[in-house]
Design a protein around this ligand. Sequence first.
Ligand code: NDP
Ligand code: KAL
Length: 245
Amino acid sequence: MGVANERSIAWGIARSLYKAGASLIFTYRKERSFQKLSQLLEEEGIEPLMTVSCDISEDASIQAAFDAIGARVGIIHGVAHSIAFADKDELKGEYANTSREGFLLAQDASAYSLVAVAREARKWMSEGGSIVTQSYIGAERVVRNYNVMGVAKASLEASVRYLAEDLGQFGIRVNAVSAGPIRTLAAKGVSGFNDIMSTIQQKAPLRRNIDQDEVGDATLFLLSPLSRAVTGEVLHVDAGYHIIG
Ligand code: NDP
Ligand code: KAL
């Protein structure tokens, strides 16, 4: 869930899963994303089991998407949730100025969406499985301009833990990847992005930034039985930046 174009983290995840032999189902929101996705799938010679429209701001849309998926395939083993949204105007200046509307939109799209997706997906995860979402270090620390999205990611990470407890008894694991900055469509035009990339290059233990394929491989690990005893975890895929004070 969340391929907008070739730069999307979700596309990195799709490539890693495909190489590992997974059967893939894609969801998209905008028609533009569907066009891009179809083009990418054709270029890479990937034939998905299906591609379904899903707007995570609408319960009915999530329900309809997973009903359609369930009707077609019967059982699913994993879900990659790679979706976030906040109003651009809330991603600069003081967090103290966040509007009620902006706060609720960020929480709804970026944190509650995982809860709603987990609820619908679990209906078809009758053999157990794994749900993985994407977070950012702004959930744990103050990162300039990340503002309302940092609070939404904190909520997302807490949801990962509560969902892990609820679904563990059904053999379903729930984890997050906390990725370093990657130049994607969502990151485009947001202030401070370049400065953050160069700070990582100077300060991260590996002295470099990371890419979509590295997030894809880590997400593949969390989706696969290789991580079968890991749940409720936030795995940093950030060249080690999070350990630096
Ligand atoms: P992209 O812009 O490539 O992906 C964002 C996706 O969110 C798009 O596919 C967009 O679909 C989708 N989306 C937004 N709102 C909705 C909605 N209401 N319903 C369905 N889909 C929606 O950016 P990224 O790959 O960077 O972002 C993916 C995830 O990774 C996000 O959770 C982000 O916070 C996280 N992340 C990103 C980092 C980065 O540096 N890029 C770092 C750490 C985490 P559409 O355009 O069709 O609406
Ligand atoms: C500190 C960082 C710098 C940037 C600050 C905030 C980034 C927030 C991410 C959030 C997902 C961005 C948006 O929601 C942008 C949106 O308002 C406008 N863009 C769009 O509508 C595009 C077309 C679509 C595809 O975007 C979405 N979201 O659907 C954080 C950096 C260093 C790391 C990042 C980018 C983290 C992250 O969470 O993405």
